[in-house]
Write a protein that binds this ligand. Structure first.
Ligand code: MG
Length: 501
């Protein structure tokens, strides 16, 4: 896929470093030599006009093609390397499931320390209340509606991540990063082109979809390494330890070059399979056991980064793909003071713990109240690597939030609407403090407002979405309805990559 990139800088120069790519330099050199050859040819052989024209056309085409791929990247700051990036991504973890976010019995000392040493977001959103759509949003920076596939993929789903999508891993790889994914992929398995290695990752080990998609309803689940099957129906109690060990080995191996590690844990998505060292330890039961094991894993990664002297040059971000699976009762988690959970566009379905850690760059103990999302991680991480999102006409919805990580006020980020996509449709929008629901749904089957729509909430004064203000603030309803209509029209006009084939 031809990528035309633009040289987009992070607003903050402190966070902006990059290198010249050898491939671009060699491409420009080929174009220059080709053009010189054509010019020489024109003067030497005046009789073969036909061939001269062919050379001229091909030379110009190669110059335009290669030249257009070249971009002027920011200069590498003296003595500063490209930052490493690690994304720790749990599955179905609720906003209230870490002790740092108020859980009374689940102990997460490592994640709590990560928050104490870094920045804790209190308005951080996943891209969707469901697994596949959320991972699509994280890795492409685009709202799930743009994917063209259903919101949860199954082992036999035919329409998965489109080859023309340009993932965060592809972008970072282009910037010279070593890239690895250890864990749940869930963006397609029925064609090789859907798998991680064909989407920018140098290494992959993991279950390619949810850990409950098992026989007899589904085929045997594969633990994969690269494009191959390592084992069928593996012992899930080993998974968190395995992913952690592989991530640590990858970091050690690539410590002298920039790396991107994406670690999407299999759990606390049910079934819950804590490792032997964690089983039966948490007062919160098996759910607490697996969360405490994920906390241990995060601690292992952070300690390694410190031990290797990489902590000052590594951004680690911890969050989850969607809210707690509350219909599983005690096997599901808690959204804390937020309403509902997984599958729903109530806050509990999409607002997540969000912890950013980068000692020396992110101020210790910072609390970030501004809304941000996993879509923003895409654009921000690319910017940190000196890359811009694709500039070929596709929409990228994520924003560069480098300024937020630095604790700076960026007024340009304040008024962006954020759209909540529920099962197959747009259900709500947030702008500033205000959230408007035009559709609500819940896996519990509950309708909390007896069918009344639209519903308007002020999330700053009412994070639990208890007090509908739609009658009191028709002006705000109108403003947010206009945002929805404008967004829907633009999305429909652009379509997905699937729609153009
Ligand atoms: Mg999930």
């Amino acid at each position: 896929m031809t990528q035309i990139m633009r040289g987009k800088y992070s607003k903050s120069r402190r966070l902006c470093t990059a290198i010249h790519r050898p491939s671009q330099d060699s491409g420009a050199a080929v174009a220059i030599i080709s053009s010189a050859f054509i010019t020489l040819n024109l003067f030497i052989d005046r009789t073969a006009m036909k061939y001269r024209l062919l050379f001229l056309i091909s030379g110009l085409a190669s110059f335009l093609l290669l030249g257009s791929r070249s971009r002027i990247l920011p200069e590498r700051e003296a003595g500063r390397e490209l930052p490493n990036i690690v994304i720790l991504f749990s599955d179905d973890l609720g906003y209230g499931d870490l002790s740092a976010y108020g859980h009374p019995t689940i102990r997460t000392p490592n994640l709590d320390r990560m928050a104490a040493e870094g920045m804790k977001f209190t308005n951080f959103y996943s891209g969707s209340p469901a697994c596949s759509a959320s991972r699509y949003a994280l890795l492409t920076g685009r709202f799930p509606v743009r994917s063209g596939f259903d919101w949860v993929l199954y082992p036999k789903s035919e329409r998965c991540i489109h080859p023309r999508e340009w993932t965060l891993a592809e972008g970072l790889k282009q910037a010279g990063y070593a890239t690895a994914c250890y864990g749940k992929w869930h963006l397609g398995t029925t064609k090789k082109e859907y798998l991680p290695l064909q989407n920018g990752f140098d290494e992959y080990v993991g279950l390619p979809y949810s850990n409950d998609m098992l026989p007899p309803q589904h085929p045997p689940i594969a633990l994969m390494e690269g494009n191959d099957t390592l084992q069928l129906n593996p012992d899930q109690t080993q998974l968190t330890a395995l992913y952690t060990a592989r991530a640590k080995a990858f970091i050690r191996k690539h410590k002298k070059e920039p790396f991107f590690v994406y670690l999407p844990y299999a759990m606390p998505h049910v079934p819950l399979h804590p490792g032997e060292k964690f089983a039966g330890r948490s007062p919160r039961g098996a759910y607490g056991d697996v969360v405490e094991e994920i906390d241990w894993s995060a601690g292992e990664i952070l300690e390694l980064l410190k031990a290797e002297g990489l902590d000052k040059n590594t951004l680690v971000f911890f969050t989850s793909d969607n809210g707690p699976w509350i219909i599983k009762n005690e096997l599901g988690g808690s959204a804390g003071l937020l309403r509902d959970g997984k599958g729903s566009t109530w806050e509990g379905g999409m607002r997540e713990p969000g912890i950013a850690w980068w000692p020396g760059t992110i101020e210790a103990g910072a609390l970030q109240l501004q809304p941000a999302s996993t879509l923003d991680l895409y654009t921000t991480c690319l910017a940190l690597a000196g890359q811009g999102p694709p500039e070929d006409g596709r929409s990228v919805d994520g924003r560069d939030i480098s300024s937020l990580l630095l604790g700076e006020m960026d007024s340009s980020l304040l008024d962006n609407p954020y759209f909540y996509y529920g099962p197959h449709e747009l259900q709500a929008v947030r702008k500033g403090a205000w959230k408007l629901h035009i559709i609500t749904s819940s896996q519990t089957g509950r309708d909390y407002f007896n069918g009344k729509l639209p519903l308007l909430f002020n999330l700053e004064t009412d994070p639990s979405e208890q007090y509908d203000l739609s009658d009191a603030r028709p002006d705000m309803v109108q403003e947010l309805m206009a945002e929805i209509e404008q967004h829907k029209k633009a999305v429909a006009a652009e379509g997905s990559f699937w729609g153009v084939e």
